[in-house]
Design a protein around this ligand. Structure first.
Ligand SMILES: Cc1cc2nc3c(=O)[nH]c(=O)nc-3n(C[C@H](O)[C@H](O)[C@H](O)COP(=O)(O)OP(=O)(O)OC[C@H]3O[C@@H](n4cnc5c(N)ncnc54)[C@H](O)[C@@H]3O)c2cc1C
Length: 413
């Protein structure tokens, strides 16, 4: 096929768009301002340690992930379906005993909410499992907090379980995120495990990129503007194109979108080397004390040693500089989790982690990805901040371009 198709963005969405274009016989060009594939899904490898840029997990039941990824090759390291909750110097485990029987007794005896709350947690799992994505994403939206209150959950279980758990996922601590996103994530957690590839989260985009044989990659190239059939790079170089897919923020690149700047949620991620674990099972640790800056922790084994790499996420906003934050987190690890003698390793601040979205949908249908005659949009920010949405929207944009080239119009949804 002779059409020149450029994709701006080598994140998960741009890579899935390229996979679909290659399958249809095209040879796309992927341009990215950074030095490698992955976008927000990156891992640094230093001194035998792996540092993901922010704690993130693959929910194994994501339909798009099942379609595009080979889980065996990723050597996924599963978390148990539950959490270890630190609250007022005590530690409780709560989880889904129907999927991991060893979580039954700890869950029953955890001093987190009433028996009725725990029963409702299970009922909610069963209810969302039965819902289709349409049921979830066509339902009226309310905040997650209002949704949980309307379902009759007590303030205690909201404070000690839902808030810390979903703060780490939504990257905001007021549960103001749409109830649609809540139900979607809850369904994915209820139906399958969360996991991280053995070689870090970067293994996901690496595996997508490895599927591309006809695609040309251009790294360290920032696109400054997209005009009709011409990309202008920051270094003023011009690249002609027939069709463009913007798998990145579009507003800085298109002149009439300049007033539509997107807002983002941020997160900080600190890594420490430790000699012992305070969570013996593969569970995500949550700090439920309201005063704490720490939201979640989890351990990674360090190859060929008996030490561990502890990842700590801070979602709450604060006024500390980096050094004071490290000191504060070390203090909190000791106070709230009983973790002592930590050796600081690395710090990340991810300013643009998740897009702020007041309304969310499952995916953007192909017909709605077209911005201009020859310019199409992809990326998670069209639907909801997740790997699943990023992949599905990459696929949609590619299908729209293919239809436009082959049929002259986009007749697919
Ligand atoms: C800390 C964190 C935790 C997360 N947790 C989860 C989780 O647990 N589960 C989950 O499903 N999702 C999670 N996510 C969200 C998930 O990572 C994103 O939904 C997904 O990576 C978005 O992919 P994308 O391709 O749409 O965008 P991006 O990954 O942002 O890709 C956009 C690409 O475009 C490039 N680019 C931008 N502008 C330009 C330009 N002008 N010129 C050239 N290149 C440009 C960027 O360099 C980037 O590579 C998390 C994200 C973060 C950051």
């Amino acid at each position: 096929m002779k059409e020149k198709i450029v994709i701006v963005g080598a994140g998960v969405s741009g890579l899935v768009a390229a996979i679909n274009l290659e399958k249809a016989g095209f040879k796309p060009i992927v341009i990215d301002q950074s030095d490698r594939v992955g976008g927000r899904v990156k891992t640094d490898y230093r001194d035998g340690l792996q540092f993901d840029h922010g704690f993130q997990v693959l929910l194994k039941k994501y339909p798009a992930a099942v379609k595009y990824l080979d889980y065996d090759l990723l050597e996924l390291q599963d978390f148990y379906p539950g959490s270890c909750i630190f609250y007022k110097q005590s530690k409780f485990t709560i989880g889904d005993p129907s999927r991991k029987s060893s979580l039954l007794f700890p869950t029953i005896f955890a001093k987190i909410g009433s028996v009725s709350d725990k029963w409702k947690v299970l009922q909610l799992s069963n209810a969302v499992k039965k819902k289709s994505f349409d049921d979830i994403f066509l339902a009226p939206e309310q905040t997650t907090l209002a949704y949980l209150q309307n379902k009759g959950f007590s303030d205690e279980i909201i404070q000690k379980f839902f808030k810390p758990f979903f703060t780490g996922i939504f990257l905001e601590d007021e549960l103001s995120t749409s109830s649609r996103k809540f139900e979607f994530v809850y369904k994915m957690f209820a139906e399958g495990n969360a996991a991280i590839p053995k070689k870090g989260i970067q293994a996901i985009p690496n595996q997508l990129a490895a599927q591309l044989k006809q695609t040309q990659f251009e790294f360290n190239m920032k696109v400054a503007e997209i005009k009709d059939q011409e990309l202008i790079l920051e270094n003023k170089k011009k690249i002609p194109y027939d069709y463009a897919i913007i798998a990145a923020e579009a507003w800085p690149l298109i002149s009439n979108l300049k007033n539509q700047e997107s807002k983002w949620k941020s997160v900080e991620n600190l890594y420490f080397e430790v000699k012992n674990k305070v969570i013996d099972k593969p569970l995500i640790g949550l700090v439920a004390d309201e005063a704490a800056l720490i939201n979640n922790i989890h351990y990674q084994n360090i190859k060929d040693t008996n030490h561990f790499l502890l990842s700590v996420s801070v979602v709450k906003l604060h006024h500390l500089n980096k050094d004071d934050l490290i000191k504060q987190v070390e203090k909190e690890l000791q106070t709230y989790c009983g973790i002592e003698s930590v050796e600081f390793k690395r710090y990340y601040k991810i300013k643009k982690a998740l897009p702020v979205m007041y309304t969310v949908n499952y995916m953007m249908p192909p017909s709605e990805t077209q911005l201009k005659d020859r310019v199409f949009l992809a990326g998670d920010q069209l639907s909801n901040g997740s790997l699943n949405a990023a992949m599905l929207n990459g696929e949609s944009a590619a299908r729209a371009v293919i239809a436009k080239i082959k049929d002259g119009f986009i007749n697919i949804n």
